[in-house]
Design a protein around this ligand. Sequence first.
Ligand SMILES: [Mg+2]
Ligand SMILES: [Zn+2]
Length: 165
Amino acid sequence: MKVLFLDRDGVINIDHGHVSRIEDFVFIDGIFELCKYYISKNYKVIVVTNQTGIGLNLYTLDDFLKVNNYMLEEFKKHGVDILDVFYCPHDPNSNCECRKPKPKMFFDAKDKYNIDLENSIMVGDKITDAIAAYNAGIKNIYLINNDEELDFNVLRVKTLLEVIK
Ligand SMILES: [Mg+2]
Ligand SMILES: [Zn+2]
């Protein structure tokens, strides 16, 4: 199975910082088209997201799950089935195993679904997204609106539609 992996905040929805309410969840232009394109190419779509706000007690796991259900329902309305959502609920100082830039969430997805990581795609907006994906062995990594330096190659894009090739 090949997968289009998506970060959440800054890729699926506008990153206002710790988005935890449905009314603050605004889909980014092109996200449904992007997913539908890759689904038509036999990719599955999986979300891989750090939800630091839970660990920092800015919002609860339940808040996150409510927003997550809303997101999944909206995707469905637009003809997009999201296969799964992997999230890290820990705070940055906990040194957990799952928080990006660590690759564990990608490996957990691979273990669960037998994913061909090398031929999968990651779309992120932070270099930690790119580093996590790179360390998971993903070869096709896109960063949206990010010029920060990395010591490996990623594809820089300004819009989600540029990820469709
Ligand atoms: Mg992000
Ligand atoms: Zn974690």
